[in-house]
Ligand binder design. Structure first.
Ligand code: COA
Length: 259
């Protein structure tokens, strides 16, 4: 992988990769350079790993889009770079491997939008969340208005977006913005524990289960049920399904190969 400057890539366990946002002096504000590095990195990681983790260096996960860049942006710039904002988040959401956000601190604006594009969000008890774009005279524009209501409901999303208020991790858990809150010092241990569990599951089953769950965003229940039956049926032609079912009957641990 070519040398990255704004992100650090770590390989803490077999099949698990961590991308660390690395602009701590700017609270990991997501500038274009960082987003391009993330995009290039995930293309490679998707092929190599079974679980991806995002986290931030220092006291922030990511405190938003880079406001310096925003202050110079025109409407047409904004549309032109949506490939690196909205569509990068969409790409993260649709990666074939599960993605966990290990939210170590501020997850604001674009940082919160990126976290909402991950499959699972685990927060430190020091994390803070918000979509404060309206405070700057703009609005969430990398998925915030579409993803927040889907996670926390329309009324709560409007309250957070219209007021620009920040909430703490406890409140984020209560409204369903994160799945778990852990002691700050235990954040990475807990996230790695989950990632390791996921990485030992049959990768094709994970991939198809993720596709089926993501389809709930755009399909009716009946369409989704038809889609699920088709995907579930496909898995019966895999070696991993034979192995998983046989291992259970033989009272032993399965060995999944991703075939
Ligand atoms: N874009 C660019 N720079 C940012 C930034 C952002 N989104 N968020 C923080 N920074 C920079 C600050 O300008 C400061 O840089 P400086 O030391 O060169 O002046 C540095 O990061 C540290 O931030 P600071 O504001 O001093 O930290 P704090 O602990 O006092 O406050 C926040 C933390 C998160 C409350 C505050 O930084 C903030 O409100 N950030 C913007 C959040 C936001 O509106 N995000 C949505 C953007 S669309």
């Amino acid at each position: 992988m070519e040398k990255m400057k704004k992100i650090i890539i770590e390989y803490p366990k077999k099949d698990v990769v961590i991308i660390i946002f690395n602009r701590p002096e700017k609270l990991n504000a997501l500038n274009l350079e960082t987003r391009k590095e993330i995009s290039a990195a995930i293309d490679e990681i998707e092929e190599k790993a079974r679980c991806l983790i995002f986290t931030g260096k220092g006291k922030a996960f990511a405190a938003g889009a880079d406001i310096n860049e925003l202050s110079k942006r025109t409407s047409f710039d904004y549309l032109r770079i949506s490939k690196w904002t909205t569509w990068l988040n969409h790409k993260i959401e649709n990666l074939e491997i599960p993605v966990i956000a290990a939210i170590n601190g501020y997850a604001l604006g674009a940082g919160c939008e990126l976290a909402m594009s991950c499959d699972i969000r685990i927060a430190s008890d020091k994390a803070k969340f918000g979509l404060p774009e309206l405070n700057l005279g703009i609005m969430p524009g990398a998925g915030g208005t579409q993803k927040l209501p889907r996670l926390v409901g329309v009324g709560m999303a409007k309250k957070l977006i219209f007021t620009g208020e920040l909430i703490d991790a406890k409140e984020a858990l209560k409204i369903g913005l994160v799945e778990e809150v852990v002691d700050h010092r235990r954040l990475m241990d807990r996230v790695l524990e989950i990632a390791e569990k996921i990485s030992k599951k049959p990768p094709l089953a994970i991939k198809l289960a993720k596709k089926a769950i993501n389809a709930t965003r755009s399909m009716t229940l009946e369409e989704g049920l038809r889609y699920e039956v088709g995907l579930a049926a496909l898995l019966f032609s895999t070696e991993d399904a034979r192995e998983g079912l046989k291992a259970f009957l033989e009272k032993r641990e399965p060995e999944f190969k991703g075939k």
